[in-house]
Design a protein around this ligand. Structure first.
Ligand SMILES: *Cc1c(COP(=O)(O)O)cnc(C)c1O
Ligand SMILES: [Zn+2]
Length: 398
């Protein structure tokens, strides 16, 4: 069953619907399953090992092997920050971001519904993922990208997998509004995270973290928040595991936003359930350059219900954290992902996070998504002839 998160209105799983026709709020899937956690052991480590908990037709699965991402204990960085730190590396998904988790489930639903065209608006990663999964499914794919604001790697992926790419004058929020209008006129099936089936895939990040910790919840999960689908999805996954008795506590959900695009943090500071959209969102972390997040109701519920937190970080703090993670732990992530590490550092300094807390930072996308930012933040290579004496000199002078 599909249910409105605000008024509780119910809809059939096969209805193509994105928001509640009664009150306009976002929707979620409600599953009524009862399984033992033992069935997940000894299965191939992709998110489809949880297939009993993902409400789509198993015979229509469109997959490239998503989920089962690395869960890295980061002792050096953890020691520096005074916490027990794990990093969930979502850049290891097939197209290099967590969006693939949502897309494998969303595309499976698209195939089951029998649609022929799919579309999304995107800051980059959703389009990269949708383009790849549409190619695999054999469907027509249309994507709207905010003109001039998409990182190079993501643009390359969307174009190369054969999506029809429109560079839209305007920001992401405007692109999403336009794409949503086309979907409501039934020209295409919308695969942005307002589509509740996307979040059924992304909730498996929560499942995996619990299983990675041997059926325990960490004290806290920290992640970047843009359109606010992912924090909502992870909380849903965690809550389902808790309700089924697989874990006996839940983490404080901690959402980090960029200073120039922070409607969720602003709402949190006022203890409000409503957001004031940010008109002209701006940040180097283009994946979270969003002023009017569609899943704000779910995200704020997750933060309040979990006794969580929300904080902003500056672009400088993001870039410093990105470099720290890359050079201290060998984990390369795109700027938006590093907001989780930057947020951890800031909240630890502010005393919101206690010493010794067990923390999982979700790093959402791969370093290579945004090569330009990485190159700009690095020192240029020295150019030398292959003269062994000169090269020796270089090594000895260091
Ligand atoms: C999409 C994305 C986000 C933001 O996730 P939301 O669900 O929109 O809050 C963060 N980081 C990366 C790398 C992303 O691709
Ligand atoms: Zn409603």
């Amino acid at each position: 069953m599909i249910r409105c998160v605000v008024c509780g209105e119910e809809y059939n799983n096969d209805e193509i619907i994105y928001t509640c026709t009664n009150c306009g709020s976002v929707l979620e899937l409600v599953n009524d399953v009862d399984v033992s956690k033992n069935i997940f052991e000894n299965r191939k480590d992709t998110l489809w090992k949880y297939k009993e908990l993902i409400p789509v037709n198993e015979d229509k699965i469109v997959t490239i092997g998503e989920g089962g991402t690395p869960f890295c204990k980061c002792d050096k960085l953890g020691e520096e920050l005074g916490v027990e730190l794990f990093v969930k590396v979502e850049g290891s998904n097939p197209t290099g971001s967590f969006k693939d988790r949502g897309m494998t489930v969303g595309m499976t639903k698209a195939m089951d519904l029998g649609v022929d065209t799919v579309g999304c608006a995107s800051t980059g990663n959703t389009s990269a993922s949708l383009a790849a999964y549409a190619a695999r499914a054999g469907l027509r794919c249309i994507v709207f990208l905010p003109s001039g604001k998409v990182a190079l790697g993501k643009l390359a992926q969307a174009m190369f997998h054969g999506a029809e790419v429109v560079s839209l004058r305007g920001n992401f929020d405007e692109a999403l509004e336009a794409m949503t209008s086309l979907a409501l006129e039934k020209h295409l099936y919308l695969l942005n995270s307002i589509n509740p089936f996307r979040l059924e895939g992304q909730k498996t990040i929560g499942y995996e973290i619990a299983q990675d910790l041997e059926w325990k919840s960490p004290d806290r999960i920290i992640l970047p928040v843009g359109n606010a689908g992912n924090i909502s999805a992870i909380w849903k996954g965690i809550s389902e595991f808790y309700d089924m008795g697989f874990i006996d506590s839940k983490p404080m959900m901690t959402g980090i936003q960029a200073e120039g695009a922070c409607p969720i943090t602003n709402a949190f500071r006022k203890k409000s359930m409503e957001i004031d959209p940010v008109e002209n969102p701006e940040t180097i972390a283009t994946a979270i350059r969003i002023g009017s997040p569609v899943s704000y109701t779910k995200a704020l519920n997750a933060i309040y219900d979990s006794n969580g937190y929300s904080q902003t970080v500056s672009d400088e703090e993001i870039l410093a954290a990105q470099k720290l993670l890359a050079q201290k732990e060998g984990i390369g992530v795109e700027p938006a992902s590093a907001a989780s590490i930057a947020g951890l550092r800031k909240l630890k300094d502010e005393g919101v996070i206690d010493k010794g807390e067990q923390i999982v930072c979700v790093v959402t996308g791969h370093l290579l998504k945004d090569p330009n930012t990485a190159i700009e933040a690095s020192t240029e290579p020295v150019e030398l002839d292959a003269d062994i004496n000169k090269l020796k000199e270089l090594l000895l002078n260091k």
